[in-house]
Design a binder for this molecule. Structure first.
Ligand SMILES: *[C@@H]1O[C@H](CO)[C@@H](O)[C@H](O)[C@H]1NC(C)=O
Ligand SMILES: *[C@@H]1O[C@H](CO)[C@@H](O)[C@H](O)[C@H]1NC(C)=O
Length: 369
């Protein structure tokens, strides 16, 4: 009697868990393509296979900085697969003329370069903070690399520094505060290659095990946990005046808004903005609007990571007044026809640019209203 009651309780609980997972991950949501007719795929010359999970825009210069990688290896973190194409590529996109040029990486001392997220530090010579994956002692390790652009030579970026830290579990996005300080998000606590079962449980159980770190350099780089117990810490962005910080809580389908404290670089939570999809990277444009890109069907996204032929839907929305109004407008919604699994979107004048985790190139959309 007790055994059977226990058995049926387990069945009911499992079904409830699966039902909630399917509901929360948009499995039953019907997606009608919207906004795609004005878009076309642009692949940089010499950029075949390069996927742009994130990019950064300098609106005054009208330039997008785009680190790319071939991510056929990404869902395994397997070094042999990563070694088939050891280095991703960095591009510069002129947003007026829509022309790409490839950056030469000067002084970069490592064999592997697999950039993922990027944050821009605006200076006379802009600095680019990149999350990166490279091989250290025979193992794939997540790092933050710092590069400097040069106004006198637009064909190269110069590597300055690399940060590796035991608290980096799976670095995803980075937001520089100044030359010696940045925030970095860890998108997973358990890595698929080191702890595959815990990684599975973390991902599908949507466990709040990830965090955002604050790293700073005095003599050497030191990091500490700034926000913990997050259900998939992801994109980070700042308002134009840097008084507000936005952080994507992917599995929670929200973007949390924080007040930035310039005395100690700590953050105070103020409110949450909710979306109908799993938010990925965040961008703030020159009008202080917040653009959120993400995945309406994350379970399909997981399949797409493994097999590019499975198309994964993409969604981009914009919050016009993200600090005062939680209403958003849709900019793009697709079934992943041309570009699957959008991870980043940004507006520039009447254009929308979209990048993805695995699909190569940039989706460039015109005539936004
Ligand atoms: C990594 O990939 C290589 C080449 O496909 C394969 O032979 C090897 O078994 C993989 N290693 C692991 C740990 O899965
Ligand atoms: C929030 O924005 C929406 C449109 O973006 C607008 O219709 C609504 O009136 C705004 N709400 C407030 C309280 O300002």
């Amino acid at each position: 009697m007790i055994k059977s009651a226990l058995f049926w309780s387990c069945v009911v609980l499992s079904l409830a868990f699966i039902g909630k997972l399917l509901l929360d991950t948009g499995t039953f949501r019907h997606i009608e393509t919207k906004g795609l007719t004005q878009c076309q795929l642009m692949v940089p010359p010499n950029g075949e296979g390069q996927a742009f999970e994130d990019f950064a825009i300098d609106y005054e210069k009208g330039v997008a900085y785009m680190p790319g990688d071939n991510r056929a290896w990404w869902h395994t973190l397997n070094i042999s697969l990563a070694s088939q194409s050891k280095r991703g590529k960095m591009f510069r996109l002129d947003l007026e003329s829509e022309t790409f040029s490839q950056y030469k990486l000067v002084n970069y001392p490592y064999e592997h370069f697999h950039p993922l997220g990027i944050g821009l530090l605006k200076r006379q010579n802009n600095q680019l903070f990149l999350t990166n994956y490279r091989v250290v002692d025979g193992e794939v390790v997540g790092t933050v690399e710092i590069f400097e652009t040069s106004t006198s030579n637009e064909k190269q970026v110069k590597w300055i520094d690399s940060v590796v830290h035991p608290l980096f579990t799976m670095p995803d996005d980075v937001l520089p505060i100044d030359e010696n300080t940045f925030y970095v998000s860890n998108v997973y606590h358990y890595r698929v290659d080191k702890s595959p079962y815990l990684h599975l449980f973390e991902t599908f159980g949507r466990r709040p095990w990830t965090d955002v770190l604050l790293c700073s350099k005095t003599n050497e780089w030191q990091c500490k946990i700034l926000i913990d117990s997050m259900a998939t810490s992801n994109g980070i962005a700042a308002s134009l005046d840097f008084k507000t910080i936005f952080i994507a809580f992917t599995a929670d389908k929200s973007v949390r808004v924080y007040k930035y404290n310039s005395e100690n670089n700590l953050l105070t939570y103020t409110q949450s903005l909710y979306v109908e999809f799993f938010p990925d990277n965040l961008m703030v444009n020159d009008k202080d609007e917040l653009i959120v890109a993400g995945h309406p069907k994350p379970l399909v996204f997981v399949q797409h990571e493994k097999d590019r032929h499975v198309r994964s839907p993409s969604e981009i929305v914009i919050f016009r007044n993200p600090t005062s109004n939680s209403t958003y407008e849709s900019l793009l919604l697709t079934n992943g026809e041309i570009l699957s699994a959008s991870t980043v979107g940004a507006t520039y004048k009447h254009k929308l640019l979209v990048g993805a985790l695995c699909d190569h190139g940039i989706l460039m959309c015109h005539d936004l209203s």
